[in-house]
Design a protein around this ligand. Structure first.
Ligand SMILES: Cc1cc2nc3c(=O)[nH]c(=O)nc-3n(C[C@H](O)[C@H](O)[C@H](O)COP(=O)(O)OP(=O)(O)OC[C@H]3O[C@@H](n4cnc5c(N)ncnc54)[C@H](O)[C@@H]3O)c2cc1C
Length: 648
């Protein structure tokens, strides 16, 4: 293990590690907290909860986001729910089970200690959110309701209809506003971080572009927290918000933060299929639908043909001619297998010719059974807004015909490498929420991202950052006139000038779309050595073309979204390439990463624990150079490592 990869996992029994770490951590007294400044970049569930909590503790916080209001972060789109080991259903749930399911769901590529802590604090998140007034769904008697998500056999998902992310974010945003009013947090909406500033090896600030005026601005602090979300939009088409990007993570990577497991990207099985080539966004149909919806394709190819020619409707295909392939292949979990398993199974059926729409890339998600069993009203209560959304987009009513769905890029498990304290390989730089790599291994279970973002923001970072800052309160405020700030700003300005100078003929989106095609084709649901090498070569070629042919209209000193997109696309090239390098190195199938060369006779993913039971942490070695791989070995002391089995 390279020196920098010190995970700082406390020793001792699993259930006592977090308590132990908390008791060791140095405290910062209230009068010293007032002297310390922290930058939080991002106002999704991770960033908003962290900024609010740090402000409440008495630190001076500056919080940044791209949107016009912090409450419009991508987290607002989260639909289905948030997990917590409350065992309200008395179905034998526990912290251990949530921990176990998460490690198993992640295909044994996450750290035991981090995941156990996540499960441990999950119950407190629900208490915190209830105290904030989040309108979680309740049973008739007033108790909080739960439903199930993929990869588990208990009901531990708390939800607010199909708008859980929105409600949770409103709670975090309210807390944030309280601190803004109190003066401990200063909010900088429409400010995009464009570089990290390092002084004497420590993170000391950022360069941000005011997206309204176009000015570059310098911000200093004693520590920087990155909460900028995932990099799924590398694929152009994804379920992520249009503004989601991986740029801040890449800026940190280029300044020395290691980037972990970039190839672990999640492909969600239940999205509305791609429709034509003018689309710039894919829509997720929440995983909660798999509680009651049944996934199938026709058994007979002749029915597939008739469906494609619109000669019959799905509802006309008799029960005995339907292949409920998830229930058939995975009887113990059925339609609630984890996302990676469900996505691959859909691809397998479609590749075999059973895909049900004109493109052959769709399967059915059918509620007819549920409507018969539960009645219209109950189904409407659970999924009404999702049904409406589906109908608005496709002009087909799920009440009458099954939904058509297909896998799409949704979430990225990889991210900035962090230790147990969520500190990166750069002292003073922290990463939380989807931006870090920490808790989900090779595959994230549904409803666990919101849990992780809020665990990091409300409960972990407010404690762990104190350990670092307890040695910093005597340091003066960071001087933004320091030469390091000037150099970083100059470098950003040079990037911007270079983009305007190209003055080619192609739009940023058209080139990004091509990058997306390369990624989906070669670094998508199935990956092999040749394809990954092709991807790396093609990304390099496309990057070269970008620097010759792109046209960025307008000027820097105005609201210029084409410039914003061009800067982000530069970073998507780097991420895409890094993902391909990582996927090429990981010659095993694991979670969402399926290497064609590594599969069982039944076509299931085949892990290689002997050679790949590690976190792949990549170090930037300079422009045009191959990144260097560092390995953090994963040790499983408290869980038996097995082949994932959702069959029995
Ligand atoms: C459609 C959809 C539904 C989902 N449903 C669920 C669900 O039901 N349950 C679940 O657990 N998970 C769900 N997820 C996943 C979950 O929503 C995300 O993983 C999570 O919200 C990420 O939160 P975050 O705080 O890490 O980042 P985000 O919410 O992505 O926020 C990122 C923030 O960073 C800011 N930012 C980014 N770059 C910069 C920059 N350079 N400078 C300044 N600011 C920047 C943005 O403006 C934003 O404020 C869903 C995801 C999608 C796409």
């Amino acid at each position: 293990m390279a020196d920098k990869l010190i995970s700082k996992i406390p020793d001792g029994p699993l259930a006592e590690k977090w308590t132990k770490r908390k008791s060791e951590i140095h405290l910062v007294s209230p009068n010293n907290k007032r002297k310390l400044e922290i930058i939080v970049v991002g106002t999704g569930l991770g960033g908003a909860s962290a900024a609010a909590s740090l402000g409440e503790l008495g630190y001076n916080v500056k919080v940044f986001c791209i949107s016009d209001s912090p409450r419009r972060a991508h987290s607002i789109a989260a639909q289905g729910g948030i997990n917590a080991a409350k065992n309200y259903q008395n179905d034998n749930d526990s912290i251990y089970r949530l921990f176990y399911d998460t490690i198993k769901g992640g295909d044994y590529r996450a750290r035991e200690a981090n995941v156990y802590r996540l499960a441990e604090v999950s119950a407190a998140i629900i208490d915190q959110c209830v105290a904030q007034g989040i309108p979680f769904a309740r049973e008739y008697g007033g108790y909080l309701a739960n439903r199930s998500f993929g990869g588990v056999q208990v009901s531990r998902t708390f939800y607010a209809r199909g708008q859980t992310g929105q409600q949770l974010l409103l709670g975090a945003y309210a807390s944030l506003n309280k601190e803004i009013a109190a003066g401990t947090v200063k909010s900088y909406p429409r400010h995009e971080m464009l570089d990290l500033v390092i002084i004497n090896g420590e993170a000391k600030g950022i360069i941000a572009r005011n997206l309204v005026t176009g000015q570059l601005e310098r911000f200093g602090a004693h520590a920087v927290v990155i909460a900028t979300g995932g990099y799924g939009n590398t694929y152009f088409l994804s379920t992520n918000a249009m503004n989601s990007n991986g740029s801040a993570a890449m800026q940190c990577y280029r300044k020395g933060a290691y980037f972990a497991n970039p190839c672990f990207a999640q492909i969600h099985p239940t999205c509305i299929p791609v429709h034509g080539d003018q689309q710039c966004k894919l829509t997720l149909m929440s995983e909660s639908l798999r509680n009651d919806g049944r996934i199938w394709v026709p058994k007979k190819l002749e029915d597939v043909e008739k469906l494609r020619k619109h000669k019959i409707k799905a509802s006309q295909i008799p029960e005995e001619d339907r292949d409920y392939y998830l229930e058939r292949r995975y009887p113990a979990f059925g339609n609630l297998v984890p996302r990676d398993v469900a996505s691959r199974a859909a691809k397998e059926r479609c590749d075999a010719g059973f895909g049900v729409n004109e493109t052959g890339k769709a399967v059915f998600l059918d509620f007819s059974d549920a409507i018969r069993r539960l009645g219209h009203q109950k189904v409407a209560e659970r999924y009404g807004n999702l049904f409406e959304m589906y109908e608005k987009i496709t002009a087909s009513s799920p009440w009458e015909e099954p939904m058509m769905i297909y896998p799409a890029i949704h979430y990225t498990m990889g991210g900035i490498w962090v230790d147990y304290d969520l500190q990166t390989t750069i002292p003073g730089l922290y990463a939380i929420g989807e931006a870090n790599f920490s808790d989900h291994g090779g595959n994230r279970l549904g409803a666990s991202a919101l849990m992780q973002g809020l665990a990091d923001g409300y409960f972990v970072i407010p404690v762990t950052i104190g350990d670092y800052l307890s040695h910093k309160f005597a340091e003066p405020k960071t001087d933004i006139n320091a030469p390091e700030f000037a150099a970083a700003e100059k470098a950003v300005q040079a990037r911007i000038d270079k983009l305007f100078a190209i003055n080619g003929t192609e739009t940023v989106d058209s080139i990004h779309k091509e990058l997306g095609h390369i990624m989906w084709e070669y670094v998508g649901m199935a990956r092999d050595e040749e394809g990954l090498k092709t991807a790396i070569a093609k990304i390099k070629e496309l990057r070269e073309r970008f620097y010759k042919e792109v046209k960025v209209p307008g000027t820097q000193f105005e609201f210029n979204q084409e410039l914003e997109k061009a800067l982000r696309l530069e970073d998507f090239f780097d991420i895409g390439e890094l993902m391909a390098y990582d996927a090429l190195n990981r010659r095993e199938s694991c979670g969402g990463h399926f290497r064609v060369e590594s599969q069982t006779e039944e076509g299931e993913a085949k892990r290689d624990d002997k050679n790949f039971m590690y976190v792949a942490a990549w170090e930037y070695k300079g422009e045009g150079k191959e990144p260097e791989l560092h390995k953090e070995e994963l040790k499983y002391e408290f869980i038996e490592v097995k082949t994932r089995n959702y069959k029995d």
